[in-house]
Ligand binder design. Structure first.
Ligand code: NAD
Length: 499
């Protein structure tokens, strides 16, 4: 993997090109209307290119082509081993173009380059590779029926899959859908978040270069209320896989009900708890995990551990360790390889985060770190990592997803109270639990209502682990692991009677 330094980044930036057209039926095309929209670098506030602004007519074209190629079988009927070979090549090409893809995500999203290169793009390639490798290792089933019958349960690709995606991990969220959907033989149309389109367009170009047939992987940039809605309502789209906010996720259930009852899979928001039990000894390591859970990706993370639920006896020593840990979290130019915290995604979102900080102060929480916009001279949208003490779980900052670098500290006295506070939320995506006692860990892990419980760490697991939410954090399925393959397949029964 590339070793990052200022010179390497400077050279790569000098040759960075922006591919700004939609990818439909294997070709880079302008929107049929000819319209474009500006792409702004949120770390500088500067517009650096314009991207095709697609509309319903482009969706129509993409769906028609995706359907045609699916029915023709160019990809859907290819032998699984052939799909595997081509997808592995796709993953290899992502690795070869890792720095280019990483830089696209830096300039579009203000994410730190060391994160986009070593985490986001690396894991994008790994995710595609993992699902690719599974392609010819998944067996179908035979029913345990009498000797007079033979019943086969066969998985078939579902057809045309639309993926409508968020801006916080653009390539990685695309890979979570692409990996299993392509592996199963589907055609896919991705609508990236309008503010983070460029790396997804490049992924589609690399997929074509790897040999994924034209029309199998399409990208339609544009607005959610136009392109996203048109995909959601389309009669020829068989499945919509959505990752984003709970409020928009709900609309997809309505779209399905109003159209063809397409399958809907929703990966939504969170307000994840991090519980620290009184027996924890290594506060330095715990503080590192707490900081990562709360502030990684500037807190613009669905599984962000935005509520620290700590035993009252450990609050002060843990806060001390956390404040020391945060001294090492450099905020600044996301193109600097030493920087750990970049900008917020945009001005509107930054203002929203700042208004939650105001609300926290109004409702009586006590600021222990940060709380302000900084680096205004850059023209970018930077917010300090912010820690609120003396939060109660009914406060707005403890209930609503802020999607920014804001951690609420809440104390508890008993194990039961810790569980009660952790579960007192509409969400249930992720959680962390810190304890030295395996029995406590096991007992509490069963009681926390969340799709992931990470013990003594902050982690979403790797490609082998399903990821998704309980309650209003998700619906209809899971990303990653073999569970994700099934959701892009229909089950068919083939039944024989012996003569
Ligand atoms: P968002 O819901 O605003 O947008 C997500 C996507 O939906 C975008 O592509 C957007 O253009 C599209 N969209 C918007 N309005 C639409 C409409 N009316 N019809 C159809 N599509 C529409 O979310 P966001 O701000 O991009 O991302 C942040 C959210 O994503 C947070 O809530 C976060 O928790 C969630 N998220 C969840 C996961 C997960 O795996 N659970 C992962 C990442 C992000």
């Amino acid at each position: 993997m590339v070793e990052l330094n200022h010179q390497v980044i400077k050279e790569a930036l000098a040759s960075l090109e922006f591919h700004t057209k939609a990818i439909i039926n294997g070709k880079a095309v302008d929107a049929l209307s000819g319209k474009t929209f500006p792409a702004e670098n949120p770390a500088t506030g500067q517009v650096f290119t314009h991207i095709a602004l697609c509309g319903e007519e482009d969706v129509e074209l993409a769906v028609q082509n995706a359907r045609e190629v699916f029915e023709r079988g160019d990809w859907s009927r290819l032998a699984p081993a052939d799909r595997r070979r081509i997808m592995v090549k796709f993953a290899d090409l992502i690795d070869e173009h890792a720095l280019e893809l990483a830089l696209l995500e830096v300039v579009e999203a203000g994410k730190p380059v060391s994160e986009t290169l070593y985490t986001d793009i690396h894991e994008t390639a790994e995710c595609i590779r993992w699902h690719a490798e599974a392609t010819d290792k998944i067996y179908d089933q035979v029913c345990p029926t009498s000797r007079d019958n033979l019943g086969m349960i066969i998985r078939e690709p579902i057809g045309v899959v639309a993926a409508v995606l968020p801006w916080n991990f653009p390539a990685q969220m695309a890979a979570w859908k692409l990996g299993p959907a392509l592996s199963m033989g589907n055609s896919i149309i991705i609508k990236p978040a309008e503010i983070t389109t460029l790396s997804t367009i490049r992924l589609a170009e690399l997929a074509l270069e790897a040999g994924i047939p034209a029309g199998v992987f399409n990208v339609i940039p544009g607005e959610g209320s136009v392109v996203g809605q048109a995909l959601g309502l389309h009669m020829e789209v068989d499945c919509c896989a959505f990752t984003g906010s709970t409020s928009v996720g709900r609309k997809f259930l309505e779209y399905a009900a109003k159209s063809n009852l397409k399958r809907i899979i929703l990966e939504l928001g969170g307000k994840s708890p991090q519980i620290v039990m009184p027996d924890v000894v290594d506060l330095k390591t715990t503080a590192q995990h707490v900081a990562a859970a709360a502030f990684w990706n500037m807190g613009e993370n669905c599984s962000s551990g935005s509520r620290l639920i700590v035993h009252e006896s450990l609050k002060e020593p843990l806060l001390k360790a956390l404040l020391t840990e945060m001294e090492g979290w450099q905020l600044g130019d996301p193109l600097d390889p030493e920087v750990k915290l970049g900008s917020m995604i945009g001005q509107k979102h930054m203002n929203n985060v700042l208004s939650y900080i105001e609300k926290g102060l109004e409702e009586g929480a006590e600021l222990r770190l940060g709380g302000k916009q900084v680096l205004k001279e850059t023209g970018g949208y930077f917010v300090e990592p912010t820690i609120f003490d003396n939060v109660t779980n009914d406060m707005t900052i403890a209930q609503e997803e802020i999607f920014g670098p804001v951690l609420s500290v809440i104390t508890f006295k008993t194990e039961e109270e810790a569980i009660q506070i952790a579960n007192d939320t509409n969400y249930g995506l992720a959680s962390s639990l810190h304890t030295e006692n395996i029995h406590v860990a096991n007992r509490m892990a069963r009681l926390i209502k969340a799709g992931t419980v990470s013990i003594n760490c902050f982690s979403e697991g790797d490609s082998t682990a399903p990821f998704g939410g309980f309650k209003q954090s998700g619906f209809g399925g899971r990303d990653k692991s073999l569970a994700a393959h099934d959701q892009y397949a229909e089950l068919k029964t083939v039944w024989y009677e012996n003569r």
